[in-house]
Design a binder for this molecule. Sequence first.
Ligand code: NAD
Length: 255
Amino acid sequence: MTPATHGQRTAIVTGAARGIGAAVAGRLACEGLAIGVIDLDEADCAGTVEMIIAGGGSAMAVAADVAEEAAVIDAVARITTELGPPTVPVNNAGIGPRADLVELTTQQWDTVLGVNLRGPFFLTRAVVPHMLEAGWGRIVNVSSISAVGDAARVDYGSAKAGLIGFTKSLALQLGRHGITANAIAPGFVVSDMTRASARRLGHEFAEYQRVAAQSIPVGRVGQPEDIAHTASYLVSPEAGFVSGQVVYVAGGPVD
Ligand code: NAD
C-alpha cells in the first residue's frame, strides 16, 4: 500500500527560527508541506527558510509575537495568501525563565502564560476555519515534561499543563471535522533554551548535558530531531486515529 502524502498542504510552525521549531519545520517541509515560519524577528528565520528552499520546499517567514492577537491574525492571513490555507498549526514558540514563586512577578507570570498558552490559542483559533473548510487538520502543541510539575518554574509548568488541557479540549471539539490535536512533551532537548539554563546556573553546557543524561533512562539528552520525528508522525495522514494524546519524548517514562 502506498502511504498517503500531504499534497499541497500548508503548516505554520511558531518559534521556528531555531531549535525544536526549526527542526520540525524542516522535517515537515521534507514531507511536502509548505511552511509558514513564525518567530519574533523575521531576519532570524532566514536560516530555516533557506534550508527549506534549498531542499526544494516552500517556506516564508513572518515576524510575530505569538502573544499578540493582531500580529497572529495578520501572520496567518499573509501565510494563507502566499502559501495557501494552513491546516497544520504547530504551536512551538515558548519561553521558560526560572523564578522562585515568591520572586515571580505578575508581569513574568503573564508573559510566560502569554507566549506558552495564549499564543497557541490565538494561532489555533485563526487556523481552525481553514481546517473546517478542508475537513482535515492536524494540531500539534509543544508542551513539556514540566507540565507534570517543575520546581524551578511554576509559571512555565502551569502554562505547559494548560496547553495539555487545551489540546484535549480541541481533540474533543474538533474530532468530528477530521481534525486531530495532540501534544508533544519533550524532556531535555539541546537548544538555546537549555543552553541558557546551563549559563544561568553557571554550568558549562557540555557538562550540563552529561549530568542530565545520567538521569535519563536511554542515557542521552534529546535533540531537536527527536521532536521533529514525533511531530512528523502526528501530522501524517496515517495518524488520523491518534488524537488528544500527550507524547512524552523524554528518553523514559514521565509521571
Ligand atoms: P529555543 O529558545 O531554542 O526556541 C524558541 C523559539 O521561540 C525562539 O526562536 C524564540 O525566538 C521563539 N519565541 C519566543 N517567544 C516568542 C514569541 N512571543 N513569539 C514568537 N516566537 C517566540 O527553545 P526550544 O528548546 O527550541 O523550545 C521550543 C519549544 O519546546 C518551547 O515551547 C519549549 O517550551 C519546549 N520545550 C523545550 C525543551 C528543551 O529542553 N529545549 C523541553 C521541553 C519543552
